[in-house]
Design a protein around this ligand. Structure first.
Ligand code: 5GP
Length: 200
């Protein structure tokens, strides 16, 4: 099977602004005809937050459904994060990559390492917060988490930050515009490399 699309993994602590950076980067690229990038929609056992739509932000499923997918080998990677399960449906990724579409995965660090193991040509990007104090401020300002969840997410964030050096790119989210620019540049430069390989 010839794979022409690339796999891009974006990780970073909860509250760092990953979702917004990814959304803006995809919007920036959506008008171009030389590159196609799609965001993978994960499955999760977490309850939807207000405003989250099933099939758009996540496929919200039960634990039973999650373990059925896992047993059938339908997840590219999975993890348990803050008490809930999350996983990447493999079929969607493979279909897109085969069609030359780049796929972006918004996943945490354990999943990212798993992807790199199974798919070594994946490109790994880590989004860094300006500081842990700023991360806590942003997480609180988001208003979606309980105090307990904030505490858990900050603890996980410390461990995740220690893995940033394992990534191909580190993107500092100081100003949103600059962070989006950097992610867009990573995507475009890999797309160009792909174009060159195909032309040869
Ligand atoms: P949240 O609950 O804030 O939506 O996501 C919590 C964390 O889980 C985030 O770091 C997010 O990137 C990660 N995540 C979302 N989907 C997946 C997935 O399919 N696999 C893995 N390993 N992590 C995921």
């Amino acid at each position: 099977m010839e794979q022409t699309g690339a796999l891009f993994v974006v990780s970073g602590p909860s509250g760092v602004g990953k979702g917004t950076i990814i959304k803006n980067a995809l919007e920036r690229l959506s008008g171009r005809d030389d590159i196609q990038v799609a965001l993978s929609v994960s499955v999760t056992t977490r309850a939807p937050r207000p405003g989250e739509i099933d099939g758009v932000h996540y496929h919200f499923i039960s634990r039973e459904q999650f373990f059925e997918l896992l047993e059938k080998g339908e997840l590219l990677e999975y993890t348990k994060y803050a008490g809930n399960y999350y996983g990447t449906p493999v079929k969607e990724v493979e279909d897109r990559v085969r069609r030359g579409v780049h796929v972006l995965l918004d996943i945490e660090t354990a999943g990212a390492m798993e992807v790199k193991k199974n798919w070594p040509q994946a490109v790994l990007c880590f989004i860094l917060p300006p500081s842990m104090e700023e991360l806590e401020r942003r997480l609180r300002a988001r208003g979606t988490e309980t105090e307990e969840s904030i505490a858990r997410r900050l603890e996980i964030a410390e461990n995740e930050r220690a893995k940033a050096h394992l990534y191909d790119y580190q993107i500092l989210n100081d100003t949103l515009e600059e962070a989006v620019d950097q992610l867009v540049n990573v995507l475009l430069s890999w797309n160009q490399k792909k174009g060159k390989r195909e032309a040869n």
